[in-house]
Ligand binder design. Sequence first.
Ligand code: HEC
Ligand code: HEC
Length: 276
Amino acid sequence: MRMLTLFPFADRPRRSRAPVITGCFALATVIFIGGTGSASGQDHVGQYEQADIEFGAQLYGANCTRCHGDAGDEVDGVDLRTGQYSRADSDPELMRLIRTGIRDTAMPPNDFSRSELTGIVSFLRTMRDFDLSAVTLGDQVRGQSLFAGKGDCASCHRVKGQGPRVAPDLTGIGSVRTAANLQQSLLDPTGSMLAVNRPVRAVLGDGTVLNGRRLNEDTYTIQIIDQDERLRSLEKAELRELAALTESPMPPATDTLDEQEMADVLAYLLTLKGLE
Ligand code: HEC
Ligand code: HEC
């Protein structure tokens, strides 16, 4: 039996800082969609991220054990632990099956987000290798109070209309990033920063320096939220300098939280699926 270790990379050396990039943001715009696991049926634990497996284990416990059992073998003719399914071969097929259920059988449809589907599939594909009872899962209720308190996350991030706008709004983050993506963001904000989230530094014609977050951009203008949370629309031609920084202003969560606390915050982030 392998044990799941939360945050196995917690004390891995940080990546070296990349130099500041000056110039055109348009090129840097990358839309990121959470990972979907790998493309076809396979049986290597290493291909699935631990954070996703763990999130999936939690979802499995809440949604599937009542029929399939902890060991996955309580439905006649179905043994989920094998990692091979007669009705689904690839991971995308398996996700579809879990989302739609199986018509004319007791297997119900499930209204899961992509991150949740990634979690469930990562767990199913690897479940024979894990002892569910040995998995330490995060606690979302504790995570929510750590987010506002000890973790200091709420001093930069906004959730459901509460909090500042200087950092990305996390209201829907649990449905657009997988558990593994979020874990990386917590451990290594700079190394996992998305191009679209790079902080902006703009120097106006009169020398005023603005540091902020980019909201929108076209060829001639850029809209940012500055350090005082003011919305600014800037004409690029009138700027002395415009740069996207490659170092995240966010401190790694290891600065404020221990392993269990990070798992709790992660569990909380995964519940943020937008405004109901
Ligand atoms: C209400 C009972 C019930 C629940 C809850 C349930 N299942 Fe099922 N599931 C079934 C039944 C019954 C079948 C077999 C359907 C058939 O093929 O006759 C099945 C089949 C499956 C299969 C196909 C197996 C194969 O070999 O093709 C997968 C995968 C599966 N379930 C996963 C899940 C997951 C993941 C969850 C939780 C999100 C879940 N099920 C929740 C009853 C349930
Ligand atoms: C000093 C301000 C600051 C603090 C404190 C902070 N963050 Fe951040 N965070 C940012 C900024 C700015 C970004 C965007 C740049 C980046 O991705 O690193 C960000 C990015 C993120 C992302 C990635 C967003 C995405 O779109 O994928 C997550 C998740 C996140 N923060 C969660 C947290 C959590 C949880 C905490 C508390 C443990 C926290 N942050 C503390 C400023 C902060």
